[in-house]
Design a protein around this ligand. Sequence first.
Ligand code: NDP
Ligand code: 8X3
Length: 251
Amino acid sequence: MTTKTAWITGATSGFGAAAVERFVAGGWRVIASGRRAERLQRLVTQHGAERVHATAFDVRDESAMRAAHAALPPEFAGIDLLVNNAGLALGTAPAQQADLAQWKQMIDTNITALVSLTHLLLPQLIERRGTIINISSIAGSYAYRGGNVYGGTKAFVTQFSQNLRCDLHGTGVRVSSIEPGMAETEFTLVRTGGDQAASENLYAGAHPITAGDIADTIWWVTNQPPHLNINRVEVMPVSQSAAGLQVARDS
Ligand code: NDP
Ligand code: 8X3
């Protein structure tokens, strides 16, 4: 059996790091990207350079992205699976108090970088009848206070995934959107600017999704028979639900 290659963005932490483990264990080669080079290097040390290729760059830097692609070693150059996972939420403030720079960083990372890497890899994904898995979020489907631009970026990711399917009709390329709810990763630490207590409090007693759960979901979606496309997977912890609209009386 030929060894397949996945490019997993955001591989330094959370879902991406767990997906690297899952795919390497499953016999794949993995291109692991993210900004924290030392964490990527640890993956290479752990699994070997023939299994993991580390490439450290900021996904918002399009020329660095193109250079990373151009510098892939030949055995990693044929990409069968793109997992667009790198992303973040910044802030929980309502729109009227939010920081515009944070909004722009979320748009640049969660939308612009995701479409740039997808556009770059599309020709070879078509040639290899590959798979694209975009990590969206329930925040793209369910509105909540403080979700403002983060939820907007994920609504884009979900809809872009479905629109890609239409454009790729007949090519054999599969496109999926995975939309997790509350998962315990570094996500809340990043969102709150490093507030460890806020992160711990959010997850305490909630039995949140784990990074391994989402790595397993990515693996399951990828390993469906070639005639099946899982369009969307929405997954929440049992403890979370989209409970309740609210009414502001006399406002
Ligand atoms: P983590 O914070 O643990 O991981 C985020 C990853 O994204 C890191 O590897 C980080 O790498 C990478 N990343 C962020 N910004 C950049 C950048 N500018 N350039 C390159 N890489 C970047 O969070 P999760 O694992 O939870 O998040 C992964 C994805 O899942 C995100 O898209 C998130 O929106 C989504 N998600 C998360 C949920 C949750 O509750 N945790 C639920 C639903 C969706 P580095 O910092 O090294 O660059
Ligand atoms: C993250 C999931 O519920 O924190 O995308 O918005 S949630």
